[in-house]
Design a protein around this ligand. Structure first.
Ligand SMILES: Nc1ncnc2c1ncn2[C@@H]1O[C@H](COP(=O)(O)OP(=O)(O)OP(=O)(O)O)[C@@H](O)[C@H]1O
Length: 220
């Protein structure tokens, strides 16, 4: 059947995205569980647009077609909230009015309704992110690297099917960037999550391993 795939991992089949007469994206790729597809290209070339398409929040101004599936589940048939794409942006985008612990707990699926269990899950993942005891902190008091790790914790507890990374390392300084890359890719490998990474940084691509899709000239 057209919208099924037997391959485990993420499958992008004939994904074509156009903006007016411009073709931004034309991509077919298989991303095995735990592997990374790195998308590189100049500013405005359509990298974030690809992530929006896969995540389910593409602006209707774009014209998109193709198939996107994870472990045989056709993501395009699901609304954004049911796709379970874990997304990390350049800015960690934590809720400023919630504590660190509440920011993480907020992302735990509703099936886990027991409050103490939610608190425990949140505390455990924070400890794994080297943020033990940070539950009660105001996000505004955290360093950039700490905020990035809270954002990763929040994504991981949400039980994602895949990770969509939009330059999540670019605002970190060199040392933190290397640490954060290892943390993200190790967790993705450990959980068998396929990843699409958008970046301008060749070092990110190298650290990610896997396949690099290069988009040509900027459009528009
Ligand atoms: N909502 C929109 N309406 C019209 N055009 C848009 C919209 N969103 C993005 N674009 C255009 O689509 C093209 C691709 O944008 P996109 O954000 O995907 O580029 P990018 O490769 O991620 O760039 P950058 O590296 O600067 O983040 C650009 O020409 C942009 O101006």
């Amino acid at each position: 059947m057209l919208h099924q795939t037997v391959a485990a991992g993420l499958s992008l089949l004939n994904v074509v995205i156009r903006l007016g007469r411009n073709s931004l994206i034309d991509l077919t790729a298989e991303v095995p569980p735990g592997a990374v597809l790195t998308v590189m290209g100049p500013s405005g070339s359509g990298k974030s647009t690809l992530l929006s398409f896969v995540g389910g929040f593409l602006d209707p101004v774009f014209d998109a077609s193709g198939t996107v599936s994870v472990d045989g589940v056709n993501l395009l048939s699901l609304p954004a909230e049911a796709r379970r794409a874990g997304i990390l942006f350049q800015d960690p985008l934590l809720f400023p009015h919630m504590t660190v612990g509440a920011n993480v707990a907020f992302a735990i699926p509703a099936e886990i309704s027991d409050r103490s269990q939610r608190r425990r899950i949140s505390a455990e993942i924070l400890a794994e992110m080297d943020l033990a005891g940070f539950e009660g902190r105001d996000p505004a008091t955290l360093s950039g690297g700490q905020k990035a790790r809270v954002a990763l914790a929040r994504v991981l507890v949400s039980r994602p099917r895949l990770l969509l990374l939009d330059e999540p390392f670019s605002k970190l300084d060199m040392d933190l960037r290397a640490q954060m890359r290892s943390l993200v890719f190790e967790r993705a490998r450990g959980a068998g999550l396929p990843v699409i990474l958008v970046t301008h940084d060749e070092a990110d691509a190298e650290a990610a391993g896997g396949f690099v899709h290069r988009i040509g000239a900027a459009n528009g």
